[in-house]
Design a protein around this ligand. Structure first.
Ligand code: NAG
Ligand code: NAG
Ligand code: NAG
Length: 377
């Protein structure tokens, strides 16, 4: 008993010393604030500031949802239900679509998407560097709002697996970005001509579907060096074109590289930022591993239809708590800010039927039959 009391006393002494430090720290803060306000005539209400952001902003931090789509958003009805469950002051939406494509009442069922396409979009060729350029344009647009503190890249076939508040808390408590990134030892995508700018040991591979903190979004947008190397040397091997004759031989010797599966992970490795990452993606993909000899294209994602989006299947995906990385013999146990969590917040590729089934399972929101029956005006 006595020793316990002593222990408690010692703790008390420590606490009051801490209080003293805290007090003097806050006193100096007050002094700094007073000096600061002397230099500004109107000192506004103290805004909320997030440690990683250099600029202060009013209101809660936001998550920027960045949709990289071909044209429209076929799953807008599901995202609408997802966002209805959220607080409008806590998210923002940006869409990169084909140039000239406008999101309005004739192209989307959800008002949340009206006018959300970025105005400087470019023509995207799948597997080309225009894809990563489009990602950078989305990030650049979203960085303009200082309240945006997390940036989630999504495709037109991505679905959320949880409600808004769950996703928001999961992302906001993590000071790290979620970027799937692993050693790419086997494949011949690395072009030795890059070696002066990108050494082979910094070359990484991983899913295109990333979630980054503001600091890393800035690194991606500010980069010119690595992007130009990718533009020049990371290209998809062109299909054989008989009209090109002997030139085909040369073209086929080219490294078959898919920029969006390497760019962000390699760039962040080049900046020695891998310690600030959860090295995994938040977006589940089901791979079709059965490839025919004729194709030899590697794995393909399987599209979920109504029949394979059963509650049991969704439950299984949500139950995954670790990922195995073969090339590094690494088991990644899924965490957000050191707390064990399910690995996946999103999944792809979902058809409209599969997304409809998610909606009826109340995965993202309470399902209101009346909302479906109500005719839009
Ligand atoms: C969101 O989902 C979580 C976990 O699935 C649940 O505990 C919570 O009540 C839900 N919140 C809302 C607002 O629906
Ligand atoms: C992350 O976890 C640490 C330790 O549990 C905690 O002190 C901190 O507040 C958490 N960060 C956020 C942003 O919630
Ligand atoms: C998987 O790929 C094989 C070969 O390309 C194809 O025949 C099969 O239909 C695919 N399976 C699914 C479920 O998409």
């Amino acid at each position: 008993m006595a020793s316990m009391a002593r222990g408690a006393k010692r703790r008390h002494a420590v606490i009051s010393k801490k209080m003293l430090i805290l007090f003097s720290a806050s006193l100096s803060c007050v002094v700094v604030l007073v000096i600061f306000s002397l230099f500004r005539f109107h000192s506004p209400k103290p805004p909320i500031s997030i440690s990683i952001s250099r600029v202060v902003f009013d209101g809660p931090p936001k998550i920027a949802f960045l949709f990289l789509v071909r044209r429209n958003l076929p799953l807008d009805f599901l995202w609408d239900a997802f966002f209805q469950n959220g607080d409008v002051s806590r998210f923002s939406i940006y869409v990169h679509s084909a140039p000239g494509f406008v999101l309005d009442e004739s192209t989307t069922r959800s008002q949340l998407f009206y006018g959300r396409q970025i105005s400087n979009s470019i023509q995207v060729l799948w597997g080309e560097s225009s894809m990563i350029q489009a990602e950078r344009l989305l990030l650049a647009a979203a960085l303009e709002d200082h309240a945006n503190q997390r940036f989630v890249l999504l495709s037109d076939s991505c679905v959320p697996l949880y409600n808004f508040s769950y996703v928001y808390n999961y992302l906001m408590v993590s000071p790290r970005s979620f970027v799937d990134s692993f050693l790419d030892a086997k494949e011949g995508r690395y072009n030795p001509k890059m070696s002066t700018k990108i050494p082979r040991e910094k070359w990484r591979k991983g899913s295109q579907w990333i979630t980054v903190v503001r600091k890393h979004a800035e690194v991606i947008v500010d980069d010119d060096v690595i992007f130009s190397v990718f533009k020049k040397y990371c290209k998809r091997r062109p299909p054989i074109d008989t009209s090109k004759g002997k030139l085909n031989l040369k073209l086929q010797k080219q490294h078959n590289c898919i920029p969006d599966e390497h760019y962000v992970q390699t760039l962040l490795a080049m900046h020695d930022l891998e310690g600030e990452l959860e090295r995994r993606t938040l977006t589940y993909t089901l791979w079709n591993q059965s490839t025919t000899k004729m194709e030899n294209k590697g794995w393909h994602p399987i599209t979920f239809g109504y029949s394979n989006a059963s509650p049991q299947r969704i439950k299984e995906i949500k139950g995954i708590n670790h990922v195995y990385y073969e090339t590094e013999y690494r088991i990644e146990w899924c965490h957000t800010n050191s707390t064990s969590v399910p690995c996946f917040l999103f999944a792809r590729k979902f058809s409209q039927g599969a997304a409809m089934r998610l909606l009826s399972q109340e995965v993202v929101n309470h399902f209101e039959v009346s909302a479906l029956l109500a005719t839009p005006t």
